[in-house]
Design a protein around this ligand. Sequence first.
Ligand SMILES: *[C@@H]1O[C@H](CO)[C@@H](O)[C@H](O)[C@H]1NC(C)=O
Length: 222
Amino acid sequence: MRVALGLQLLTLIHILLSCESLPFTKMEYAILNTWDSNSVDHDPIRIVFSDGKAGLKMEVFGPFFNDPAAPPGEPGLTFPGLWNYEVVESFFLDSRTENYLEVELCPHGQHLILLLSGVGNAFLQQLPMMFTTTITGDMWKGEALIPWTYFPPNVNKMNSYTIHGSGEARTYEALYPIPKEDIVEGQKPNFHRLEYFQNFSLQNIMGEDWVQPESDLWKGKA
Ligand SMILES: *[C@@H]1O[C@H](CO)[C@@H](O)[C@H](O)[C@H]1NC(C)=O
């Protein structure tokens, strides 16, 4: 009896330990703050990153504000200036080179990709991507597959944001907001404050041994 129980326990411990080294780990985040470190006044937007084989799967879940109205573009296609609409954005940064990828997703199905080298300096944009959304009442979910080639080499930081509302009620929210003590009078939201990004590793999702595929898109941007 005792031996059998001991063996079962050992098996269980073994399974638990091997889980740690399994790839296919999901990383889940909730956007709880406005860009300037106030709490959001609604259920948070949640973002889940996982292995999408051909790229990073990015899933978004959260409230659908339906404000502003949908951009005048086809769902599933890129839409320039998407940041002027209702949008969820993730930025993936190599902090040593200031190379970064910006991914913008709209609940109405449009998306926008920007590849940047240096703060705010986009050298490629409107790349294609698989992206679908479902709106159910006042909630929505979206699923994007971000090709590996869009990521700069050596991503080590990330931040994510969401924007909704119009005019005075336009609301800018951040996963890693600017701390209150850093905010100066009259400061406006700016999602390209790279110094507030926090540690992020694709290897935490894909496994320690995973090697990011090389990308011609980033050649010469080191
Ligand atoms: C972020 O990563 C750096 C480099 O690996 C490490 O030195 C630092 O402790 C990490 N910071 C946090 C908050 O985990």
